[in-house]
Structures are given as structure tokens and as C-alpha cells.
Design a protein around this ligand. Structure first.
Ligand SMILES: NC(=O)c1ccc[n+]([C@@H]2O[C@H](COP(=O)([O-])OP(=O)(O)OC[C@H]3O[C@@H](n4cnc5c(N)ncnc54)[C@H](OP(=O)(O)O)[C@@H]3O)[C@@H](O)[C@H]2O)c1
Length: 336
């Protein structure tokens, strides 16, 4: 380390939201912890915005098993500024605006604190002029959509169906797929169809329509090349039915879903079912997604529909709201 926390005037203690044991949202405490000390290849970030993601609740509850050294600071995505950088983390200047979307799992402490240690290869520069709250809000859903569509090998000219196209992941998928030159069919609630169209969807379908399957077949007469359902329903029978020859079904949601897979019809189409969880993404894959996200952030092409900013002390309530569906359409952002 050339630069230590003490050398840059960083305090010894900070406010943080953490758990001492896996369990319900009530386990989240908010108080003071020591400021973490970065290692030689780390950067200490002064955190200004922390997104609250579904996956944070899975990590907190234990639904998603990953090392969580206690006291374990919750939260995965942050935006902030560089407070100190190790000798092995060259190129990051104190005060520079940065973001990260892979803390809070795999043994790494989380983001919901005034300061966070980020491995330099998981930290990305924020383009000039981009609002850090916006960056924190779009990071997780956009990286998920980018990497999932990439995993499915989406190509220009193909037809992609995005179920839940007005959601955070679904909306990002619509933007990314449209900009990749795909033909985008999206489903959403009736009130959200215009929003999906504005994001770039070519065809929008009301997911509550009685004949949704028929409408989807009409919208994709040659079949759906990439089928992405962000709602967690994971209707594999319906997905296989509408799948194109050599189509790919992406599974990204529905932790408890146990649908039946029509194996015969799937293999007869040379079809594939691909699971994707961003928690498994490699450092280089995340960095590749960050390049694309930074490009789109700089163009103003990625923006959450609505943001609600909350103080760090509301972390437990933010988790509860996500778990009970009381954050519909809104990204909850903690401001340490
Ligand atoms: N695999 C990964 O790496 C990864 C990463 C991030 C998130 N996720 C998961 O992805 C899911 C979506 O996350 P999100 O943040 O995008 O949530 P979200 O914003 O709530 O989006 C879900 C969308 O699905 C819509 N929907 C509900 N029922 C539907 C149906 N029957 N058909 C079509 N759409 C329907 C919802 O519409 P209404 O508002 O009308 O209900 C909403 O717009 C979550 O389960 C999350 O855990 C996975």
C-alpha cells in the first residue's frame, strides 16, 4: 500500500448496515463498524449510493449460500469516490467517481456502509457527468441483462421475447437487445406497455391477456430465438412451444420454480435451456459488462424508472419492502 486509510484522512469508524447471523430482515443492524483496511490490490471507496437488490435478501436470509464473514455488511452494488488505492491498484486516483456491482458475496464484505473495500479489478470508472445514484440503480439489472443475453448468444436480427419487460432486469434487456439489433417482443402489465415501447420494444403484449401465448406466436411467426422470463414464472412448456429452431431459453429468476420441461419438443428443435446467475460471473465478464454499461450510461440510455433514496438506517425496511413486493417499479437506494 502506498496510501493508507489514515494517510488520506479517512476516519477509523463508519456507519454501516450489517448482520451477525443469516435470517430475516430484522437481523440487519445499523451502527458503527471499523473502516475496513484495503489490501495492496484493493481500493477504499467512499460510498455515496448503494442499491438494494433481490439477491441481497437471498444472501441475508441464506437462500443463496455464499461465505458471509460476520459482522457481514449487506449490499452488492455501490457508487462512490476513491478514498485510497493500494500500490497494486494503479490508475485509480483519490476522488475519482467509481462503481462496483459485485460486493457482498463470495466472502467480500458488502456495500452498505460509508466506506467499502473493493478489489481493483471489480471497480469501474463512472463516466463524467453520470449521477452516481443512477449508476448504482442500473448496475445490477443491466449487467444481468447484458451477461444473460450474451450467454444466450443473442445476435442481430434474432427475435427475443422479454417477459416482464417493464421490470428492472427486463427493461434493461429490452434496451440492450434493441440496441444489439434484435427484434424485441416484450410483455408487461397494461399500464406499462408504452414504457416498454419507449425502451425499444418492437411489439408489446399485455401479460394478463387471456390469449397471450397466441399473441406471442403471432408476434414471432418464425419462433422466439431467445426467451427471457424475468417474472420468475418459468413456464417452460410455453417457452418451448414458441421457441424457434436452435432457440435458447434463459432462466434468470424463480428461485423456487420447479416447472416441467417438455424434453422431447425441446430437443426436436435443437433448443437449449440456459441458467444464468450473475453471482457466478467471472471478474472479466463483469468488467466486460461494465464497459457496455458505462457506454450506455454516458449516452443516458440506461435509467431506472423510479428511484427512492433511503438513509442507511432504513436498510432492514428496504429488504422487507423488496421481499413483500412493496417496491414495485422503484429502485431503492441507500445513501450512507
Ligand atoms: N439471475 C440473475 O443473475 C438475476 C439478477 C438480478 C435479478 N434477478 C431476478 O430477476 C427477477 C426480476 O428482478 P427485477 O429487479 O427486474 O424485478 P421487477 O422489477 O419486479 O421485474 C419483474 C417484472 O415482471 C413482471 N411480471 C409479473 N408477473 C408477470 C407475468 N406473469 N408475466 C410477465 N411479466 C410479469 C412485473 O410486472 P408487475 O409490476 O406488473 O407485477 C415486473 O415488471 C427477480 O426474481 C430477481 O431475483 C436475477
Amino acid at each position: 500500500m502506498t496510501t493508507t486509510a489514515a494517510a488520506t484522512g479517512v476516519p477509523d469508524r463508519m456507519r454501516a448496515a450489517w448482520i451477525d447471523a443469516l435470517g430475516p430482515a430484522e437481523n440487519i443492524r445499523c451502527g458503527e463498524l471499523p473502516v475496513p483496511v484495503p489490501g495492496p490490490t484493493d481500493v477504499l471507496v467512499r460510498v455515496s449510493a448503494v442499491a438494494v437488490d433481490h439477491v441481497d435478501t437471498f444472501v441475508r436470509s441464506g437462500a443463496y449460500r455464499t461465505p458471509t464473514p460476520f459482522p457481514f455488511v449487506v449490499g452488492r452494488d455501490l457508487a462512490g469516490t476513491v478514498a485510497a488505492a493500494g500500490a497494486g491498484a494503479p490508475g485509480f486516483a483519490v476522488g475519482e467517481a467509481v462503481w462496483c456491482n459485485s460486493l457482498g458475496h463470495g466472502g467480500r464484505q458488502g456495500a452498505a456502509a460509508e466506506y467499502a473495500v473493493v478489489p481493483a479489478d471489480r471497480l469501474y470508472r463512472l463516466p463524467p457527468g453520470v449521477d452516481p445514484v443512477t449508476a448504482a440503480a442500473v448496475a445490477h439489472p443491466s449487467a444481468t441483462a447484458h451477461l444473460a443475453l450474451g450467454r444466450a448468444g443473442l445476435r442481430a436480427g434474432e427475435t427475443v421475447y422479454v417477459a416482464g419487460g417493464a421490470g428492472h432486469v427486463g427493461g434493461a434487456a429490452v434496451v440492450l437487445a434493441a440496441r444489439a439489433g434484435a427484434r424485441v417482443v416484450a410483455s408487461a402489465g397494461a399500464a406499462d406497455l408504452g414504457y416498454c415501447r419507449a425502451l425499444g420494444a418492437d411489439v408489446v403484449l399485455d401479460y394478463r391477456a387471456a390469449d397471450l401465448a397466441g399473441q406471442l406466436r403471432d408476434a414471432a411467426p418464425d419462433g422466439v430465438d431467445v426467451h427471457l422470463d424475468t417474472s420468475g414464472r418459468d413456464d417452460l412448456a410455453g417457452a418451448v412451444d414458441v421457441l424457434a429452431f436452435r432457440g435458447r431459453i434463459l432462466l434468470v429468476a424463480g428461485v423456487t420454480a420447479r416447472p416441467e420441461l417438455p424434453a422431447g419438443p425441446l430437443y426436436m428443435k435443437d433448443g437449449r435451456v440456459i441458467g444464468f446467475a450473475i453471482s457466478n460471473a467471472r471478474v472479466a465478464e463483469l468488467a466486460g459488462a461494465a464497459v457496455r454499461i458505462d457506454q450506455l450510461l454516458a449516452q443516458g440510455a440506461l435509467a431506472p424508472r423510479a428511484i427512492e433514496e433511503l438513509p442507511l438506517g432504513e436498510a432492514a425496511e428496504a429488504h422487507r419492502r423488496l421481499e413483500t413486493g412493496r417496491a414495485r417499479g422503484t429502485r431503492l437506494i441507500l445513501r450512507p
